[in-house]
Design a protein around this ligand. Sequence first.
Ligand SMILES: O=P(O)(O)O[C@H]1O[C@H](CO)[C@@H](O)[C@H]1O
Ligand SMILES: [Mn+2]
Ligand SMILES: [Mn+2]
Length: 404
Amino acid sequence: MARVILMVIDSFGIGHAPDADKFGDVGANTFANLSKALEKEKGRPIHLPNFAKLGLLSAGEQASGVRVNHEKVENVKGAYGYAAELSTGKDTPSGHWEMAGVPVLFDWGYFDKKENSFPLDLINKINEATGCLGMLGNCHASGTVIIEQLGEKHIKTGLPICYTSADSVFQVAAHEEHFGLDNLYRYCEIVQKIVGPMNIGRVIARPFVGDDAKSFTRTGNRRDYSILPPAPTVLDNIQKAGGTVISVGKIADIFAHQGISENTKATGIDALTDATLDHINTAKDNTIIFTNLVNFDQDFGHRRDPVGYGLALEAFDKRITEIKAAMKDDDILFFTADHGCDPTWPGSDHTREYVPVLAYHHHIGQVNLAERTTFADLGQTIADIFNVTKLSYGTSFLDELVFK
Ligand SMILES: O=P(O)(O)O[C@H]1O[C@H](CO)[C@@H](O)[C@H]1O
Ligand SMILES: [Mn+2]
Ligand SMILES: [Mn+2]
């Protein structure tokens, strides 16, 4: 029985989605625009030989009509396609749940107002339940900018910094030593119980360290408190049938720990890749290793750093060689993304984009999976691979991944 390795390059969109106009994202293209920026800065095209060999350039070209400038690739060996999202939002839980077979068709709750984002009665409820006397922030913000602006005041007053974004999130930044990590986690757990029933997708703890505005930095101790997926996902179905679901990175948090057998945390793309490799080297048959590479989104997409994004992709591309070498004969590897976050786009939010769907096993040829109308095609394919209960959404493309 095969093992599946599913790696999510968080925010790696490859061209605006058919409904991007509803999000103000027509023209967004994370992959093409960061590649252009990198080429301009470095005077050479982006270099992603492993991704190119898997068919990423063709996936991007089909999704957007633009072929990213790259040295020629001989003989693609892999299956490549591009998927649109059915879910109403362009956020992380929607993207992950949909790729696991459960699109989010209800409307998330949002805090739309850019200033005074949280209503007064909500603030009062949170203060009462947490015992905190108030909160700083209460606005839409970039997480790194707001700790620079309010971090010193936070240390002085002891009040948490609460903020949101275009996503369905309530984020809480607090100093690991002054406020305390456990105190921050406790605060977020309480807030989650209050905002969960408002359909707010996640409360996110954003701990940071440092002495002053200039030196504040966020740590790897981020924690996401999510509501439960609205229906059983492919992870639940695999588990129910006796298989093992290994989470690497924030997958377990995103699924509110539902359908997860084991959970390995790591900070940074390399450490997350190392952890994935460890599992590939040791996991038994009938296992899915599901990894989220959050840093592409968190460190480069939201930070609007296209060159940093490109360099990080190039570094990760090198590691695909190790991943392929560690795979057993009947293992299947997938790369995809959960939404876009074009680092050249105005603002600091996600962008509504097609995501790549790339598949590889040692005996695959060149397969064009073309357009997939939902990320759930991936989940349905995985359900098919494990021969477990089918999902309500998605069309399996397992038949196209023929072993030669
Ligand atoms: O700016 P930071 O704190 O990284 O927050 C970003 O991260 C959240 C989760 O992806 C998004 O909703 C966006 O607000
Ligand atoms: Mn994401
Ligand atoms: Mn994000």
